[in-house]
Design a protein around this ligand. Structure first.
Ligand SMILES: [Zn+2]
Length: 427
């Protein structure tokens, strides 16, 4: 048989095996969605996924990350109260073959469900309606975890054994910085490639933006409202600085020509999320404290950006008669997400592209995403090529009525199974 014929036979066997596994895939995702696993409370869902991994014949390793090892990375991950009862879970399939190794990563933690009344089905229902499965975490990203698990399962059921080691990861604490993924890397789990099954709508995402959280202190001068011209309003000074920051954002956007970012209307958003200021309705406000998030693109350095941002604030301050002598102050908060990217011609991208094209007959979308993700840990700390690919729409993540289209999930399972075969080789 020619290689093309081999691939066709394999694809047909995988498709059949995924079709047969559909009820189990849906049941597994329902089981996981029904176990709450907000960041910090991952134990129940992790025990459940460990059982699934064992049922699929994987060797399971479970451990609670050591906060002392993560301490040097405290700026970029949240250590909080530590990791008691918050295990990472890995499912290992060791191979005797000489193929490339692969990590399939997903995070088990979710954000909170928000206001239940905004949901059509209760947030932990796992309800299936018109081809979609509903619930917090359904697309971000228990769907991705289930897709990874069943991709390997479908491949083996179809009679193909990966010729390289496959490490299935269900990690904790992604939503507040990625301590789980980082802990797995620091424990020595590395591979020739990493795929994170975040919801990308089946697009290939080899680059993601970063984010920095800032706090801006703006000084004013208090006076009685009846003589407000004798004071300096910190709220008015904040409005001036904010306007300047939006112009800075627009200028940064204009300078980005990378085609991966072509579809994003705002590639490097600067969002002010909270402002607090003033003390009394009839006093001129003598302070404003604003907090926000600034977006970065791959290639940008956190330290350099911090300087540019602070430089922009001081340039604006110098141009204002009050602020010139009463400088606003920028403070950087924890929760720093560095941007990350791999070269577009990386074998990881081309292999998945080829698999995708064989399945669809067209080219996949290859795009960058503006949000931070665990990918940065794999690329920057682990030194591994990594990309994101998975079913579901990220705009539904963190929102009421989060859901995942099941057809798309089954497609992700099939494509991931073929990707494992192509990346690791099969025996
Ligand atoms: Zn996610």
């Amino acid at each position: 048989m020619s290689q093309t014929e081999h691939r066709r036979v394999r694809a047909r066997a995988i498709t059949e095996s995924v079709t047969n596994l559909r009820p189990q895939i849906v049941a597994a995702l329902q089981e996981l969605v029904r176990i709450p696993s907000q960041t910090g409370d991952e134990l129940g869902a992790q025990l459940s996924i460990a059982t699934m991994m064992r049922d699929h014949g994987l060797d399971v390793e479970m451990w609670e990350p050591d906060h002392r090892l993560l301490e040097p990375h405290a700026e970029s991950v949240t250590i909080g109260n530590g990791f008691a009862d918050r295990p990472n879970v890995l499912g290992l399939l060791h191979s005797d073959g000489a193929g490339r190794s692969l990590i399939l990563n997903g995070h088990i933690d979710t954000v909170e469900p928000g206001d239940e009344r905004a949901w059509e089905h209760p947030p932990l229902s796992g309800a299936v309606k018109e081809g979609r499965l509903y619930g917090r975490g359904s697309c971000d990203m228990k769907g991705g975890l289930v897709a990874n698990l069943f991709a390997l399962h479908a491949l083996r059921q179809a009679g193909f054994i990966p010729a390289g080691d496959v490490i299935m990861q269900s990690t904790i604490s992604e939503e507040d910085g990625g301590a789980g993924a980082l802990a797995a890397i620091l424990r020595g789990y590395v591979a020739d490639g990493v795929v994170i099954s975040e919801p990308t709508g089946l697009a290939l995402v080899p680059a993601h933006g970063g984010a920095l959280m800032f706090r801006l202190h703006v000084p004013g001068l208090s006076a009685h409202a009846g003589a407000r011209d004798e004071g300096e309003s910190a709220i008015e000074k904040f409005a001036y600085l904010h306007h300047g920051l939006l112009q800075f954002e627009a200028r940064r956007n204009r300078e980005i020509t990378d085609p991966l970012y072509a579809e994003l209307p705002n590639k490097v958003p600067i969002n002010v999320g909270t402002i607090h200021g003033g003390a009394w309705a009839s006093s001129v406000p003598e302070f404003v404290v604003a907090e926000g998030r600034a977006g970065l693109i791959p290639g940008e350095n956190l330290a350099t950006f911090k300087q540019e941002f602070a430089g922009e604030i001081s340039r604006l301050a110098v141009a204002d008669p009050w602020l010139r002598n009463n400088l606003p102050r920028v403070e950087w908060l924890n929760g720093q997400f560095a941007p990350a990217a791999i070269p577009i011609d990386s074998p990881l991208v081309s292999t998945l592209s080829e698999v995708w094209t064989r399945a669809y007959g067209t080219q996949p979308k290859i795009i960058a995403e503006p949000y931070g993700a665990d990918m940065r840990h794999f690329v920057m700390t682990g030194g591994m090529p990594c990309l994101m690919f998975g079913a579901g729409d990220v705009r539904l993540a963190h929102a009421p009525n989060e859901s995942i289209p099941l057809e798309e999930l089954f497609t992700a399972v099939r494509i991931t199974a073929e990707f494992i075969a192509e990346w690791c080789g099969v025996m």
